[in-house]
Design a protein around this ligand. Structure first.
Ligand SMILES: Nc1ncnc2c1ncn2[C@@H]1O[C@H](COP(=O)(O)OP(=O)(O)O)[C@@H](O)[C@H]1O
Ligand SMILES: [Mg+2]
Length: 251
């Protein structure tokens, strides 16, 4: 089927050097005779320390976008360059180093190790990123998400919201410059959700480039920029019209 889609240019103003740069990115899946374009024609530039909200309905390609930026998935077409690394063409060893030292993920389904405690799960990320004093880093990250009293719990002893906060602590503990969070407030009650968004916003204020994926339009109001996806295409990119601080959010 011919698409009448016009590629949307999500480029920064001339002169700004982007930390993350996508050009002509597509991710296509073939299932039998059908080809699904999870992403198509995506051009995007994001600078260091930006707090970006990726907004769109279920199935529009949000997770796929994070996966190609994070080097978990390679695009079928186009280039993804992050901090000077061509993630779309990097050999395996370079890509592994990139995933260890440049990006951290908060997965939609947490992906905690069931046999490790909260502290051990978080410390694992600090170890992988080769941070000094990884245990201390882990305990501080757990404290930042309000879970210092759950440090010795295993994931199955934690509620969904608590597991999500451990996953967020794990991303913080890596200390990596790019943080990719997939629906990080999906399992959280409102008050905890605000706390986590404030924390992620603080990370961006301290220089981390943060992507938050959501289908919640209210959350987009705290973004530096909002990237709207629909059917695998970037259909809009803008600064919020009514910006809000995380503490003032209501949904
Ligand atoms: N591994 C896969 N194989 C086939 N189709 C996939 C795969 N991963 C994602 N898709 C399809 O790509 C589209 C975008 O998926 P996804 O990025 O997970 O969307 P979102 O995170 O916005 O809900 C969906 O239609 C989904 O069914
Ligand atoms: Mg998703």
């Amino acid at each position: 089927m011919e698409s009448d889609f016009q590629p949307f240019s999500a480029r920064l103003e001339e002169g700004a050097a982007p930390l993350i740069s996508l050009r002509g990115v597509a991710k296509k899946y073939r299932i039998g005779e059908t080809v699904v374009a999870a992403l198509d024609h995506v051009d995007l530039d994001v600078s260091g320390g930006e707090f970006v909200v990726v907004l769109g309905p279920s199935g529009c390609g949000k997770t796929t976008l994070l996966n190609v930026i994070g080097g978990l998935d390679s695009p079928s077409e186009g280039t993804v360059v992050v901090a000077g690394v061509d993630v779309s063409a990097a050999p395996a060893k370079k890509l592994a180093g990139y995933r260890r030292r440049t990006v951290s993920f908060v997965f939609q389904s947490f992906n905690l190790f069931p046999g490790l405690t909260a502290t051990e799960n978080v410390q694992f990320a600090a170890d992988v990123a080769e941070r000094s004093n990884p245990r201390q880093v882990a305990l501080e990250a757990l404290k930042a998400v309000g879970l210092e009293d759950r440090a010795a719990h295993f994931p199955q002893q934690l509620s969904g919201g608590e597991q999500q906060r451990v996953a967020i602590a794990r991303a913080l503990a890596s200390g990596n410059p790019v943080l990719l969070a997939d629906e990080p407030t999906g399992e959280l009650d409102f008050a905890t959700g605000i706390q986590i968004l404030s924390l992620l916003k603080d990370q961006a204020d301290q220089g981390t480039t943060v992507f938050v994926v959501t289908h919640n339009r209210e959350i987009a109001r705290i973004a530096d920029r909002v990237i709207e996806l629909s059917g695998g295409h970037v259909v809009g990119i803008h600064r919020p019209e009514d910006p809000l601080a995380p503490d003032d959010l209501r949904w």
